[in-house]
Design a protein around this ligand. Structure first.
Ligand SMILES: Cc1cc2nc3c(=O)[nH]c(=O)nc-3n(C[C@H](O)[C@H](O)[C@H](O)COP(=O)(O)OP(=O)(O)OC[C@H]3O[C@@H](n4cnc5c(N)ncnc54)[C@H](O)[C@@H]3O)c2cc1C
Length: 477
């Protein structure tokens, strides 16, 4: 079978493009090297829906941030993904930083962003009582927001699959042949997929994938950002996303609630050797701690439940690369999508679809396309009476598996079936939050393993943390 379009990389860009293309009568596949979707930058970022004041005017970053912000709010609503329009504050502590914040305000106006306000330190503290006394000026952006980035990716891919897109996991593209107008993509495991059009959304590896097809114009510069995540008890320390004035390394270290109710601190911005350098470091986490204590002194660092690193796929030119390859026919690169790529993903997906239309791809709308996805967290939002009724029908919803996050057996079993089904422990965790609380899976992991084995009809010893050789158990004793 020859696909019309193959997308390499199931991050938020690949996922949103797949969803957008699923509107049309096309054979589309999504190829992902990992055992799950959202395994690159899309699982480890700040989750901020950026206001749009920051990117340089005239860049693709600016275009897609300006167009994409509201499109993303709409998509999150349609896909039932946790999101909040919580607003952000960019804070200045010195006269130099005040100047930078004023520049951002002016740039926002140039970028066509309204509803921006320069406010004094007192006004900022009236909005956020925990803010440092050292803040002298702030840019208030009421329309900025937060979204759960990996749930957004999972939901976009799931919705694309519901509408006919095929997801191939554990398909690491390692070779690409192009002849007679057909691309043949070879996987590390020896499988192959043929397609007429190719969309390269391979994140930190987009340069490598482009080069396999014959386009060696993309050099990705990986830049790591380290984070600390605090328990949900701290989620209300601030309501807004609190930024520092940006530096040349990026938007700086922020303090923000997450869409799931935790408190997020970070990221750093450090050049690393590879896009897979996701370790945390003592220095990085110390830098995060120092910076957040300056902006929000009462952040309680004893409440850290985990730390992680996301790696930005940056490029020397500083802008996104979204467009037809200059050297390979029928290939589109969606590369160097660092921040604000999450905010921009729906706008990028629409732009790519327009490019495909311009390349001659027939875009006939499917009459039965449905852009909505069921709310996989619906059970937790029910009243006690409503939960009681569900439990009477299905007692699995009456058995709590994850005590910290109060996730039931019913929710975990469902996550092993809804598109794209979870296949491993981390997949269940990202879909249901089981194991995401303060014990980080200490209590629930054995029970989750059992449910995975039952639902997937595999041996307990075959259950993995995140695919490959990451087995949870080595054998029976
Ligand atoms: C620290 C940090 C903070 C950020 N904060 C924000 C923010 O607050 N707001 C915002 O708007 N943006 C933010 N971003 C940017 C945002 O996370 C990215 O723009 C976005 O996630 C990029 O998505 P992607 O799909 O292009 O790449 P990825 O999510 O990296 O996906 C690429 C996928 O390709 C797969 N892949 C790679 N090679 C192959 C291969 N050979 N074969 C098959 N599959 C392959 C990978 O496994 C991966 O799943 C941040 C990024 C980082 C790292």
């Amino acid at each position: 079978m020859i696909y019309d379009i193959a997308i390499v990389g199931a991050g938020v860009c690949g996922g949103m493009i797949a969803r957008e293309l699923s509107r049309y009568d096309l054979r589309v596949c999504l190829l992902e090297r990992a055992n799950d979707v959202a395994m690159g930058a899309s699982k480890a970022n700040s989750g901020i829906i950026h206001g749009g004041f920051d990117p340089e005017p005239g860049t693709l970053k600016q275009k897609f941030n300006t167009e994409g912000r509201e499109l993303l709010f709409d998509a999150a609503r349609e896909l039932s993904v946790p999101h909040i329009r919580n607003g952000s504050l960019v804070c200045a502590f010195t006269p130099e930083e005040e100047e930078q914040v004023r520049e951002l305000y002016a740039r926002g106006a140039t970028n066509g962003i309204d509803n921006l306000h320069l406010i004094s330190g007192e006004q900022a503290r009236a909005l956020e009582s925990s803010l440092s006394q050292g803040v002298t000026l702030a840019l208030h952006v009421p329309d900025a927001g937060i979204v759960c980035p990996y749930k957004l990716t999972i939901a976009a891919v799931g919705n694309a699959m519901d509408n006919g897109v095929e997801l191939h996991r554990n398909f690491e593209v390692t070779g690409i042949e192009h002849s007679g107008g057909i691309f043949t993509l070879k996987s590390a495991a020896g499988e192959s997929v043929s397609t007429k059009y190719l969309i390269n959304c391979a994140g930190g590896h987009a340069g490598k994938v482009a080069a396999m097809a014959g386009d060696d114009s993309i050099e990705i510069i990986p830049r790591a950002g380290e984070y600390m995540l605090l328990d949900r008890s701290e989620g209300k320390t601030v309501g807004h996303t609190i930024f520092r004035a940006p530096s040349k390394e990026g938007k700086g270290i922020l303090v923000s609630p997450t869409a799931d109710g935790n408190l997020l601190l970070g990221p750093t911005a450090v050049r690393v050797d590879t896009p897979d350098s996701t370790q945390t470091t003592r220095e990085g986490l110390a830098a995060v701690a120092r910076s957040v204590k300056e902006s929000v002194p009462n952040v309680d660092l004893s409440r850290v439940i985990t730390s992680f690193t996301g790696v930005r796929a940056s490029h020397a030119a500083g802008d996104f690369i979204v467009g037809q390859s200059k050297t390979v026919d029928n290939m589109i690169n969606v590369a160097a999508i660092d921040s604000p790529g999450l905010t921009a993903c729906v706008a990028i997906a629409r732009y790519v679809t327009d490019i495909l239309g311009g390349m001659g791809v027939q875009l006939d709308r499917k009459p039965d396309w449905c852009g909505k996805r069921e709310d996989t967290e619906a059970f937790s939002k029910l009243t006690d009476e409503e939960k009681d009724a569900v439990i009477k029908q299905n007692p699995a919803y009456g058995r709590i598996i994850c005590r910290c996050e109060e996730i039931t057996e019913g929710e975990i079993r469902a996550a092993l079936h809804i598109n794209p089904p979870a296949l491993d422990m981390d997949g269940v965790k990202r879909r249901t939050r089981s194991g995401m609380g303060r014990c980080q899976g200490g209590f629930c992991a054995p029970f989750v393993m059992k449910l995975i084995a039952e639902e997937r009809q595999i041996e307990l010893e075959e259950v993995t943390k995140n695919g490959g050789s990451s087995k949870m158990l080595t054998g029976r004793i």
